[in-house]
Design a protein around this ligand. Structure first.
Ligand code: ASP
Length: 338
């Protein structure tokens, strides 16, 4: 039996070609992908394509597009065995993280990929990324999907989507998942690390497209003028990216400013500027302020994951419990146990 995969093409370099007159990259009609990569006709799975009417640079992808993708997956969930989302690389980790929270009890693979060079380029990475992603998106054993979560496949590596970050604008090996092992690696064989794969509960698949836009992210730096922070309009969640394992300035003004923000009703979430490791309140004297003001530790979550998780949880009418309780819980493998 041939597995069926739906490609959802959203845009990005992977669907572009060089206009040799102007030298610029422009989107091509993605329905012609089979003629650009004839190897796709040799695949063991059956592929259908649903393309965004206007392919987007991924810097234009956001909550509206994440909702559209969820709705496309929901509409096609029973007709397809797996989903492959072709996406620009710049914000792919945000989309993967958001989708991981919005697609509930996923039992089928949702794989995202893109490329650093366009499909028509002689040295393109698009071909390998696309073809191997299709294998992962149609990978079943004993009639059960091997991947039952949102993953990114890029340059021979399969990664948990909500653990990734784009760390290189230059190398083909553009993504890292510093706080979680690889889900798989493709070499001569398609390998997966079964112990690292996420398994959902038994509830039926559904989508929850709630996303709150009253979430803000701020990176602390030595010498920052805290008056800018106190002048911010009131918001539901402020995510502070602080130093190392969770430190910030020890002066009274910092505590006064953050404590006033918290008392005004804003939840403060703390994540680290380090890409690997995470927040550990109480480790240094300079992190105790966060305990005193009632901030929430983002532990080892990526910034992308903390932002989209906060957007999904804040004010979500479908969920019970306080924001702190919901945020501290592991929803789909985005955060390590304490
Ligand atoms: N700017 C492009 C995008 O993210 C880059 C890429 O696709 O690699 O859409």
């Amino acid at each position: 039996m041939k597995r069926k995969v739906l490609i959802i093409y959203t845009g990005g370099t992977i669907g572009m070609e060089k206009d040799y007159e102007t030298g610029s990259l422009r989107a091509f009609n993605f329905n012609k992908i089979f003629s650009k990569i004839p190897e796709m006709n040799l695949l063991e799975c059956e592929v259908s394509v649903e393309a965004f009417a206007d392919p987007l640079d991924s810097s234009d992808m956001g909550p509206n597009e994440w909702k559209m993708i969820c709705q496309i997956i929901e509409k096609n969930y029973s007709a397809f065995d797996g989903f492959l989302i072709l996406h620009g690389t710049d914000t792919m980790s945000y989309t993967a993280s958001a989708l991981s929270f919005m697609l509930k009890n996923l039992r089928k693979p949702v794989v995202l990929t893109g490329s650093q060079l366009p499909v028509g380029d002689l040295r393109t990475d698009a071909k390998e990324n696309l073809l191997t992603s299709l294998y992962y998106a149609s990978f079943y054993e004993n009639d059960e999907a091997v991947i039952q979560e949102v993953a990114i496949y890029f340059e021979y590596k399969l990664l948990r989507g909500n653990r990734t970050l784009k760390y290189s604008a230059e190398y083909f090996d553009a993504y890292q998942s510093p706080n979680y092992p690889l889900l798989g690696q493709s070499g001569v064989h398609l390998n997966v690390d079964k112990d690292s794969l996420y398994r959902p509960g038994n509830n039926p698949f559904s989508i929850d497209t709630h996303l709150c836009d009253s979430v803000f992210f701020w990176r602390i730096f030595p010498g920052i003028n805290l008056d800018f922070l106190s002048a911010l309009p009131k918001m539901k969640v402020l995510i502070l990216q602080v130093f190392g394992s969770g430190t910030i300035f020890s002066d009274q003004k910092t505590e006064d400013v953050l404590s006033a923000i918290k008392k005004s009703g804003t939840e403060i979430v703390v994540v680290s500027q380090c890409v690997s490791g995470g927040i550990s309140f109480g480790k240094y004297e300079n992190s105790n302020i966060f305990g005193r003001i009632g901030a929430i530790s983002g532990r080892d979550m990526t910034a992308e994951s903390a932002i989209t998780k906060a957007m999904h949880l804040s004010g979500n009418p479908a969920l019970e419990g306080s924001f702190v309780e919901l945020f501290e819980k592991n929803i789909c493998g985005e955060i390590s146990p304490r």
